[in-house]
Design a protein around this ligand. Structure first.
Ligand code: 3PY
Ligand code: MG
Length: 257
């Protein structure tokens, strides 16, 4: 139940992860051996769903890497099921409004912060692990503390409402989706465009002012270093598929050289 990634961020240390698209527990184990802090099991763009995610989460636990899930939509069942199978945090794509985020907190945080439905599921050892078997209020408090609700800022609506969104109790942080945000701003993938960089600064400042974590996707090591220097808590670096192909191509190139 303890969220090591969160502990690290609370100590002021940056965390690094990647998007998990490969879709196999062996791949999760390998990522767990890399020194990364977290992976994002991507059910928005990835082809898998809850039952597969549960097995990926088991593999992540085995190798001591924190499993986050990017849920496929904003429904109650998507929130509930992924938390119940053991996700340590949910990244929620395509947020537009304050009301959407309030609803997600209601679904994803137990009483008194929200109204997350309770059942003795996998995340609490089916009701048998010590912290889940004792007082239900202690269990709710611990779960609320250890599982993160992280809306994605990647639309104009979310950007326009960012100060209000980060102030909502139960929102643990914001994850910037640079591709969709740049598309929403009419400057696809122009990550050096001042319209884009000013938006990033606005989101960063809003998170810092509200004491919330801030994460971003980065396809570039150099940009990732810059984000950490700027005060980002976490970087989702690239996708496992991309890293694998790049590494293999590099091997081929070096052997042929
Ligand atoms: C985006 O760039 O839109 C993302 O969602 C990155 O994961
Ligand atoms: Mg996106």
């Amino acid at each position: 139940m303890k969220n090591e990634m969160k502990r690290k961020m609370e100590r002021g240390l940056p965390v690094i992860g990647t998007f998990f698209e490969l879709g196999d527990a062996t791949a999760v184990e390998c990522i767990g051996l890399s020194g990364m802090d977290f992976l994002v099991i991507d059910t928005e763009h990835g082809p898998f769903d809850v039952e597969s995610a549960m097995n990926f989460i088991r593999a992540a636990e085995l190798r001591g890497i924190e499993p986050l899930v990017r849920i496929k939509d904003q429904t109650r069942s998507s929130v509930l099921k992924m938390l119940d199978v053991g996700a340590k945090g949910l990244i929620i794509p395509n947020i537009e409004t304050v009301e959407q985020v309030k609803r997600l907190v209601e679904y994803g945080k137990y009483y008194p912060v929200g109204r997350r439905g309770f059942a003795p599921t996998r995340c609490g050892g089916y009701g048998f692990v010590e912290h889940a078997a004792a007082d239900i209020n202690d269990y709710f408090e611990m779960s609320n503390n250890e599982t993160m609700i992280i809306p994605q800022c990647e639309t104009k609506g979310c950007l326009d409402n960012i100060e209000e969104i980060v102030s909502i109790e139960g929102v643990d942080g914001i994850f910037i989706g640079p591709y969709d945000l740049s598309i929403a701003l009419g400057i696809p993938a122009q990550f050096s465009n001042p319209v884009f960089t000013e938006s990033i600064d606005r989101i960063l400042n809003a998170c810092k002012a509200a004491g919330k974590f801030i994460f971003i996707f980065s396809g570039s090591v150099e940009a990732a270093r810059g984000y950490i220097k700027d005060g980002f808590n976490g970087i989702a670096y690239s996708l496992d598929t991309n890293i694998l192909v790049s590494a293999l191509r590099d091997c081929v190139k070096q052997i042929k050289a």
